[in-house]
Design a binder for this molecule. Structure first.
Ligand SMILES: [Fe+2]
Ligand SMILES: [Fe+2]
Length: 225
């Protein structure tokens, strides 16, 4: 006899298979995206999820989009730490190292807030204020990435033809494997982040099956977003 857990797991596996097919098709279509395109696309998605939460008073709606926001931000942050920030250091020397270190500090601050937010319920009077506090920090960080960091990286990558597009693909695949909840104690420096990511990601992904998300009754994990 199937238990609730195994039925959910089966549904998750079927859903995952269809998502992988969709992703492989969409990654072919988006084959020429640069790493800046991929990062900026994530930023706009995060903004959309944030607005769904703060502009609603329906707790069910807020919970679904709050979980979606957490899921996307956790994976986006670790994806950058594994793929983008090491590239700053590799291609931009001392200036890149300083940029990466500044961004890691900002990530840590946001992850601490995300860890608080992800454990709150929408009926908590601090739920929206906590998200707004987080967003104030995150928005400034994303603006700096889009205005300063990523243009500098693209400039440096001009000498390495195809590298930006290749990084965009790696970033997408990496996001499938990393944790989908905030774990600030894991740190922001690879390879420690990698090891911790591999340890925590399966736990997050299984727990996601039992969380509410906007479109599905099961988690969007693992996916290629
Ligand atoms: Fe970032
Ligand atoms: Fe970012």
């Amino acid at each position: 006899m199937l238990t609730i857990g195994s039925a959910s797991l089966r549904a998750a596996l079927i859903y995952t298979r269809s998502r992988v097919i969709q992703i492989s098709l969409s990654s072919r279509i988006a084959a020429m995206s640069t790493i800046s395109d991929a990062i900026t696309k994530d930023h706009r998605e995060l903004e959309a999820y944030y607005k769904e939460v703060i502009n609603s008073s329906d707790h069910d709606h807020q919970e679904r989009y709050g979980n979606q926001f957490t899921w996307e931000l956790a994976r986006h942050s670790v994806g950058e730490e594994l793929i983008v920030y090491p590239a700053f250091e590799k291609y931009m020397g001392g200036k890149g190292h300083a940029m990466a270190e500044k961004d890691r500090i900002e990530h840590h601050r946001v992850k601490e807030m995300l860890k608080e937010f992800q454990n709150m319920q929408p009926n908590d009077p601090n739920y929206v204020p906590k998200l707004k506090e987080l967003w104030g920090n995150l928005e400034q960080h994303m603006n700096e990435e889009e205005t300063d960091d990523l243009p500098a990286l693209e400039q440096a990558l001009q000498k390495a033809k195809g590298e930006s597009e290749s990084m965009a693909k790696t970033f997408g695949f990496t996001k499938m494997l990393v944790p989908s909840r905030s774990h600030p104690s894991a740190g922001e420096h690879p390879p420690f982040e990698t090891v911790m990511g591999l340890l925590t990601a399966p736990i997050d992904h299984i727990a996601d099956i039992f969380r509410k998300f906007p479109d599905k009754t099961i988690s969007p994990n693992p996916s290629t977003k």
